[in-house]
Ligand binder design. Structure first.
Ligand code: SF4
Length: 233
């Protein structure tokens, strides 16, 4: 397991739990609004590669946090690209910690193996847009059929989960949000957040403006027609 970064403490990233966050390098998507291009683009990853570390120092750190942290959040990039992810998550659980996985949902076959292995305690999956616009937003690898498979797996798993969307005014019309919400109809939780310009994978996004809070509320109401708990954060 290659670890590109660690945040030692969070109360925001694992609902109702204290946790640390593990960042993994590399992503198969290319969302223009991505705020972590240094964990996505190979040329950027190369620049910070010298600071990566493997799992042994991390497990030493975890050992010292027994009784102080409830769980570990594994995020990216895209963690399902790591070949030994399932073993890694199993090892975290063996140490007595919960595992939350953040994923873009592009690799349902990995999610399926992880559920079968029983190494997931919580899954957060990004829903980027509706099926028709997936490839345009994330690149050719964004097969909407794979995304739908991941959604079905997550919703039928019996393990707590959330879906979440970064909403970009220029990309997400109310009609697209309606179609997207239809893809997760019957889900327990969806969180929306407005895109904020800044350091992004595609520099053109720096000029994009976020939705106003009142507009976000309108979009939330659309999603709430399909999902039990639709929340803007
Ligand atoms: S899936 Fe996440 S990490 Fe990958 S490019 Fe998109 S926003 Fe960035």
């Amino acid at each position: 397991m290659i670890i590109s970064g660690i945040q030692k403490f969070t109360v925001l990233d694992y609902p109702d739990k204290t946790a640390c966050i593990i960042f993994t390098p590399g992503c198969n998507f290319r969302c223009g609004y991505c705020h972590n291009p240094e964990f996505v683009l190979p040329v950027e990853i190369k620049k910070i590669q010298h600071s990566f570390f493997d799992e042994e120092p991390f497990f030493k750190f975890l050992e010292e946090r027994k009784g102080k942290l409830d769980g570990v959040v594994i995020t990216g990039g895209e963690p399902t690209l790591q070949p030994d992810l399932i073993e890694f998550m199993g090892r975290i659980q063996e140490k007595g910690f919960l595992v939350k996985l953040d994923s873009n949902g592009a690799r349902p076959e990995i999610l399926e193996k992880a559920y079968e292995a029983g190494v997931l305690d919580y899954v957060a999956m990004d829903i980027k847009t509706d099926a028709e616009n997936y490839r345009q937003l994330v690149g050719d690898v964004g097969d909407p059929e794979q995304i739908k498979k991941s959604i079905a797996l997550i919703m039928s798993s019996g393990i707590p989960y959330e879906f979440r969307t970064t909403i970009v005014k220029e990309l997400h019309t109310p009609e697209i949000i309606e179609n997207m919400a239809g893809m997760i109809s019957g889900a327990t939780h969806w969180f929306g957040q407005t895109f904020r310009p800044g350091h992004t994978l595609d520099p053109k996004y720096a000029a994009y403006q976020p939705y106003a809070l009142s507009e976000m509320e309108g979009l939330r109401e659309i999603v709430a027609r399909h999902v039990d708990n639709a929340v803007i954060r």
